[in-house]
Design a protein. Structure first.
Length: 55
């Protein structure tokens, strides 16, 4: 299962630590019994590149 994590820091709000959030999600997936069935898309790719890779 491919998981595409999209996030944003809306203007006028406190800065979010999105890299830390993605890391926590990935750590949880790696601890699961079904870890080999998940692929979390790496952070930093453009949305277009991720779309083309996963669709």
């Amino acid at each position: 299962m491919k998981i595409l994590f999209l996030a944003a820091n809306p203007p006028g709000t406190a800065r979010l630590d999105l890299d830390k959030e993605v890391s926590k999600i990935d750590d949880g997936l790696q601890r699961s019994k079904l870890r080999d069935q998940f692929h979390l898309s790496p952070n930093g790719q453009s949305i277009q590149a991720l779309y083309e890779e996963h669709c």
